[in-house]
Design a protein around this ligand. Sequence first.
Ligand code: CLF
Ligand code: SF4
Length: 297
Amino acid sequence: GSGDLPTEIWEKVKNHPCYSEEAHHHYARMHVAVAPACNIQCNYCNRKYDCANESRPGVVSEKLSPEQAAKKVLAVASTIPQMTVLGIAGPGDPLANPEKTFKTFELISRTAPDIKLCLSTNGLALPDHVDTIAGFNVDHVTITINMVDPEIGARIYPWVFWKHKRYTGVEAAKLLTDRQLQGLEMLTERGILCKVNSVMIPGVNDRHLIEVNKAVKSRGAFLHNIMPLISAAEHGTVFGLTGQRGPSAQELKALQDSCEGEMNMMRHCRQCRADAVGLLGEDRSAEFTTDKIMAME
Ligand code: CLF
Ligand code: SF4
């Protein structure tokens, strides 16, 4: 049901498998991996794999050009009738690759105008692109926000790259948090629904995420998705190498429960790949490799 949501919001979420728990049983999303570069470094990321802000680490997605991506969207939409949402979520940061990301949106909005566009970003470049995002009628944006305290941020992000310059330590984290919160405010002012993803890192930001939850709620975020750190040494991340553990299922649930009173918590995230296709939790990406799509006419 629509719960207590205002009609205009319900219209935006009822077909979106991530924004509506109910919709995820009936509606599918797909991602196209058009965005390889990133403008920050997270200690839980290995660049050989998909962006861990939105995805399960350790997965390598097939990178596409915007033209290949548009072709893939048409092929998938004609095969999977429940396909309602196209997301760009990596393998790097979509807004560190703005030409590729927006070219893809442009092609898809022309060839498949019924498909909703969705975007997931670390937020560093977000304030510069809010008008373009709004111009493509993107109704859903995810920002990964792991801290609002630069001291904590310095333990998560070794550097950020902004305006041709590399920043490190607390200075880098301050820049990132300021830009993330500014971007969030700008989006919600324009009526774009924002989901915040946070990676729960025990001993680093776990208790602090309650403060993050309040900060993003007060700036209009619609949904908060706290995801567990998946840190494994074989993926070569800094946290993997230092033995940083991820949370237990009980620790994750306890944190989600303590935030629940503040705002809607997402609990059905499946930490998808940057080229995921299908219902959440179902992976049909192997059916739609470039070879197969180019062979379809
Ligand atoms: Fe993709 Fe993300 Fe859009 Fe969903 S996924 S860009 S909001 S369409 Fe969804 Fe996947 Fe979790 Fe993301 S289950 S990883 S929350
Ligand atoms: Fe990796 Fe994503 Fe972080 Fe960039 S934003 S360093 S791709 S996890």
